[in-house]
Design a protein around this ligand. Structure first.
Ligand SMILES: [Zn+2]
Length: 161
């Protein structure tokens, strides 16, 4: 699977959903629409999987409003060129070609492999046996709900822990 590395605080923005676009220079991976990508952080640790929804090659000077959608902003053009020059270790300017890659996260991978939010059994579960889980650690603080699960250990009122 093709991998893309993201600097500093960008993985956070991607996981929050505020970043859905990445700009790449000298794309030697030939990233194309429908590609499945593995996203890694500065330490090369995977944090998400994503699917490419659109690709466009342009120059920095020709960036359109559409290209900025889902992309982090810069305080100035200078800051933007400085940032990319730092990423790529050469002088990036308005004439540099840039590949605009828009993507959608694969949420299944995100929830299971990346955050380890799996469900683990403390004992063997028989085929067909019903399993229940405690919602209290998933609730919004200050809220509560009545439980009707029927378990003899039921707390009846579920509150945020
Ligand atoms: Zn219950």
């Amino acid at each position: 699977m093709k991998q893309l590395k993201f600097a500093e605080d960008l993985p956070q923005k991607i996981l929050e959903g505020s970043k859905t676009c990445t700009w790449r220079i000298n794309d030697n991976k030939n990233i194309s629409v429908d590609d499945e990508l593995l996203f890694t952080n500065n330490n090369k640790e995977p944090f998400a999987k994503a699917k490419v929804t659109s690709v466009l090659v342009t120059k920095f000077k020709n960036l359109s409003d559409k290209d900025w959608v889902g992309h982090e902003k810069f305080n100035s053009k200078d800051e933007m060129y400085k940032t990319y020059s730092g990423y790529y270790k050469f002088k990036v300017n308005e004439e540099t070609e840039v590949k605009i890659i828009k993507f959608e996260l694969d949420l299944l991978i995100q929830n299971s492999k990346i955050h380890n939010n799996g469900v683990f059994a403390a004992r063997d579960i028989k085929k067909g046996e019903e399993i229940t889980s405690d919602y209290s650690d998933e609730m919004v603080p200050g809220t509560e709900m009545f439980c009707n699960c029927g378990s003899k250990n039921c707390k009846k009122i579920i509150r945020f822990k």
